[in-house]
Every structure is written in structure tokens, then in C-alpha cells.
Ligand binder design. Structure first.
Ligand code: SAM
Length: 264
């Protein structure tokens, strides 16, 4: 008897892909190479998992829902290259992933940003990601300075990865149908040498403080977030950034320079 399909749980962001054409496009964008391990977060009912297992040497798939996990374990029982795990992907030991791991996933909406930040903060292992998330979040990921969507997420993500737009996916490609459109993006991790190996805490702190008051000048916004005016003036001057700038006009490289100036 075939395994029984569990009902979709809204609280876990269970909107399952039903369109094989979208599945093919995601796998093509991932351009999986020999020797790479694929990490799929939230295999769900397995539509993407099956397509990935057909082309990848090794697949690790982490599903939080025990009922779906049991369904998948039965459905994929004969699949030798699938390492199926039941658990919360936010708790995964990312640092122990194999070298040359590629994330390919249709992420649950409620956790897409924290999961993405986990992937980006992983120092080793993950080399690129092809992920589906809300179109609105995808727009923020690729946004350039001076645009409405450019903000904390754009800067933190673009510092760690080169991000390119894949394609938009209509809500009609899922069951149950979500309320918003989705999009697929590809993120190629920058090398550690280009990102720098200093702790990221100051960088993230500076970026968040700079955007905390979007309408204020950079100097005022940083001051409102607790930095001393003299320290701000010195850091801006050594970074050659005008104190009257607004956060949204700074490039990612300028944020990197500014964070370094605050560290010294
Ligand atoms: N990959 C499937 C597809 O494309 O049809 C399902 C995608 S669905 C948008 C998201 C999946 O992630 C669901 O199966 C959900 O149970 C699972 N999920 C939600 N939160 C999770 C978490 N923290 N860790 C692992 N899986 C999670």
C-alpha cells in the first residue's frame, strides 16, 4: 500500500510545489556538479527531492514535520544517495557539512530569512544556494543602493554572496496556494579571503544602526543607535564617507570600510 500523505500544516509554511516545470528550472539553475553534496531544507512531499536525487551524488534532506518525514522515509526507501533527517534546519550543525555543499530548497516562508542568514554565516562547506522564497524578500536580496528595497538584508547578504535573480514563481504552482508570489534566486558564496575573516558582529551592528532611521543622515542614525559623535566623525572621515549621506546610498564595500574603521 502506498504511504499515506499527511495534511499540509500552515504553521510550518507547507506550500508544496506541484509544477514539474518549476522543479526542472530550479535543478537547472543549481547546475549540480560531480562531487557536490546537496542540502535540501524542507523536502515536504518530495517533488524537488526526487529531481535532485536523480542528478546528485549525495543529498541531505532535513524535514521538521515527523509525519512528512515518515511519509518520505517510506516513499524514498530505496533511494541510496538520500540521507533523510528529521529535525529543525535552524538547529543543524552547519559547520559539519561536507566541503562543496550546495543548498537547493523551497524554503518555508516563516523561516526563510533566518535560514538564509545561517547559510551565509556558515564559514565552510556551503558554496552556493539556489533557494525559493517570497518574491518580496528576493527583491530585497538583489536590491542595489539608492533603491527602495535596499536595506539591512541586501547589505548583509551581498557582503557574503554574489546574488543573481533566477525567476518568479506564481502562487498557482503550489498547493495549498500561498497568498504571495515566490521567486528563485542563486547565491554564490564569496571566498573567505574577499569577505574577510573578522567577526561579522561589528559589520552587522553598523549596518543595522545605519538603516535604523532611514530618513536621517548616517551620522545622526549612528548616534541615535549609541555611538559617540567623535567616534562617528573619525570613522566616517577615515572611510571618506560624508556624514550627511543616508544609509541607502552606501555601497556594500563602503559599509565594509566603515565597519573596519569602527573596529580600529
Ligand atoms: N520542498 C517541498 C516542495 O517544494 O514542495 C516543500 C516546501 S514547503 C514551502 C517547506 C517545507 O519545509 C515543509 O515541508 C515544512 O514542513 C518544512 N519546514 C518548515 N520549517 C522547517 C525547519 N525549521 N526545518 C526543516 N524543515 C522545515
Amino acid at each position: 500500500m502506498p504511504a499515506r500523505l499527511p495534511p499540509a500544516l500552515k504553521r510550518l509554511g507547507q506550500h508544496f510545489l506541484i509544477d514539474q516545470n518549476i522543479v526542472r528550472k530550479i535543478v537547472a539553475l543549481a547546475a549540480i556538479q560531480p562531487g557536490e553534496t546537496i542540502l535540501e531544507i524542507g523536502p515536504g512531499r518530495g517533488i524537488l527531492t526526487a529531481a535532485i536525487c536523480a542528478v546528485a551524488e549525495r543529498v541531505i534532506a532535513v524535514e521538521i514535520d515527523p509525519q512528512l518525514y515518515a511519509y518520505l522515509a517510506e516513499t524514498f526507501a530505496g533511494c541510496r544517495n538520500l540521507d533523510l533527517r528529521c529535525g529543525d534546519a535552524l538547529e543543524l550543525a552547519y559547520e559539519s557539512l561536507p566541503e562543496r555543499t550546495v543548498v537547493v530548497a523551497n524554503l518555508p516562508y516563516y523561516a526563510s530569512t533566518p535560514l538564509l542568514m545561517k547559510f551565509l554565516e556558515t564559514r565552510a562547506g556551503i558554496t552556493r544556494m539556489v533557494i525559493m522564497l517570497q518574491a518580496e524578500v528576493a527583491e530585497r536580496l538583489i536590491a542595489k543602493p539608492g533603491t527602495r528595497d535596499y536595506g539591512v538584508l541586501s547589505v548583509l547578504a551581498q557582503r557574503c554572496a554574489e546574488i543573481s535573480w533566477g525567476f518568479r514563481v506564481s502562487a498557482n504552482c503550489f498547493r495549498p496556494r500561498p497568498e504571495v508570489a515566490s521567486a528563485v534566486v542563486r547565491l554564490n558564496r564569496r571566498s573567505l579571503a574577499s569577505v574577510g575573516d573578522e567577526p561579522d558582529a561589528t559589520f552587522a551592528h553598523v549596518v543595522r544602526a545605519a538603516f535604523a532611521h532611514r530618513r536621517k543622515t548616517l551620522a545622526n542614525s549612528l548616534r541615535d543607535e549609541g555611538w559617540e559623535p567623535a567616534q562617528i566623525a573619525a570613522a566616517l572621515s577615515s572611510s571618506r564617507i560624508a556624514p550627511t549621506c543616508r544609509a541607502e546610498s552606501l555601497t556594500v564595500d563602503q559599509f565594509v570600510t566603515l565597519a573596519k574603521a569602527f573596529r580600529t
